[in-house]
Design a protein around this ligand. Structure first.
Ligand code: SF4
Length: 376
């Protein structure tokens, strides 16, 4: 059976990148509790019925209070504790009685209320996705979560591999060049699993050597309530990766804070005109920039940027400049050169070809010029 590399071995490939994602690495190594585990152990309410009757504003107030509390505990553990101390701490809380209502339950309750007039992402469709009738779908077309595939992925960034990657169908953006259109735009291309079943698979994959669980799509955002409930059934401690287009609503970002350990974002466009033309996203820049700032505040972050042909000046350079200036030069950035024209890309002249090697080189040179030092 494959086993994860020990932490000191992972550190050897880049001390600088390891420092930037240290919490993630420590959770992978079971030296630190994952955010979702901590949220699971923090008790908030005495009775579920009381929680169900509470107005959404009150729930948010409670959420803010208990999230701040969980931050304090998490930050106390920021410097790596020695493994023996951590193990006894972990065993102690594992042996304790399960709280009746946890911060994780509170997050789930809020997420479900949001999905009743859905604004999980910034499309803010307002449809009731909890309704059994489902007479009206939102922009993503997502109804009951459909899983296209799940497996130990060895093609992700080195510190994430092997990654237990769970691909949901459906997406909150419809990029004309989508590289995963066969699942992102075909919402029935997979199977339904119960949350308990998926949780048992996640636990089994962890035992097989998965360093993390990696929620992706399509896009995981429409399935946030399902994912929260799934993780509430997980027994193992492992980092949660949110692998996303980052078009989540601000409310979803609040719920992800204190749940996600490593954000793996897909930062595509450097201006709203390109975003509007190529994926019909409104206000893309403000939304995605805001979400990156919130992600950086609350977890580790790796930003992916796929270099689009003909978009180095208008998209790649502004994105890299903004990251260096606003998120810091130590931000981990993966500049990806594997774009290929797919889906409807042939209808858009400039992206109907592969990027030139000179465009990828220019992107990397610009990143270095901006002082970004943790490039993958
Ligand atoms: S998740 Fe889907 S239904 Fe909900 S707001 Fe976004 S696109 Fe609309």
């Amino acid at each position: 059976m494959w086993r994860p590399e020990p932490l000191d071995k992972i550190q050897k490939w880049s001390n600088s990148i390891s420092r930037a994602i240290r919490d993630y690495l420590e959770i992978s190594e079971n030296l630190k509790l994952a955010h979702f585990k901590l949220a699971y152990f923090i008790e908030t309410y005495e009775e579920k019925s009381a929680l169900e009757k509470t107005h959404l504003n009150d729930l948010w107030e409670q959420h803010q209070k208990y999230y701040s509390f969980s931050r304090k505990i998490y930050d106390q553990k920021k410097a790596a504790p020695d493994p023996d101390t951590f193990k006894s701490y972990y065993q102690k809380i594992n042996a304790s009685n399960t709280p009746r209502r946890s911060l994780l339950d509170l997050k789930l309750e809020i997420a479900e209320k949001i999905s009743e007039s859905c604004y999980l992402c910034e499309k803010r469709c307002g449809v009731n996705r909890k309704s059994q009738l489902f007479d009206k779908s939102g922009y993503c077309n997502c109804k009951k979560p459909v899983i296209a595939s799940e497996f130990l992925h060895i093609g992700e960034e080195a510190p994430l591999v092997p990654s237990h990657t769970i691909f949901f169908t459906g997406c909150t953006l419809h990029c004309v060049f989508c590289q995963n259109w066969n699942t992102s735009q075909r919402i029935n291309a997979g199977i339904h699993l119960s949350q308990k079943k998926l949780a048992s698979i996640i636990d089994a994959r962890r035992k097989q050597g998965a360093l993390n669980v990696n929620f992706v799509g399509g896009e995981p955002t429409p399935h946030l309530p399902f994912i929260l409930r799934t993780m509430s059934h997980c027994k193992e401690n492992l980092p949660v990766i949110w692998n996303s287009n980052f078009y989540m609503s601000e409310e979803s970002m609040w719920l992800l804070q204190g749940f996600v350990d490593l954000y793996l974002s897909d930062f595509k466009f450097g201006n709203d005109e390109c975003a509007s033309r190529l994926c019909a996203a409104e206000n893309y820049g403000d939304v995605v920039r805001r979400n990156h700032i919130m992600a950086k505040e609350s977890g580790n972050l790796i930003i992916r940027h796929l270099v689009l042909p003909g978009h180095v000046e208008c998209c790649t350079k502004p994105i890299l400049s903004w990251i260096a200036k606003q998120l810091g030069q130590d931000t981990v950035v993966n500049i990806m050169g594997q774009y290929h024209p797919d889906y409807y890309a042939h209808q858009y002249h400039e992206i109907s070809r592969f990027p030139f090697p000179s465009e990828i080189e220019e992107a990397v040179l610009w990143a270095k010029k901006m002082g970004l030092k943790n490039l993958i």
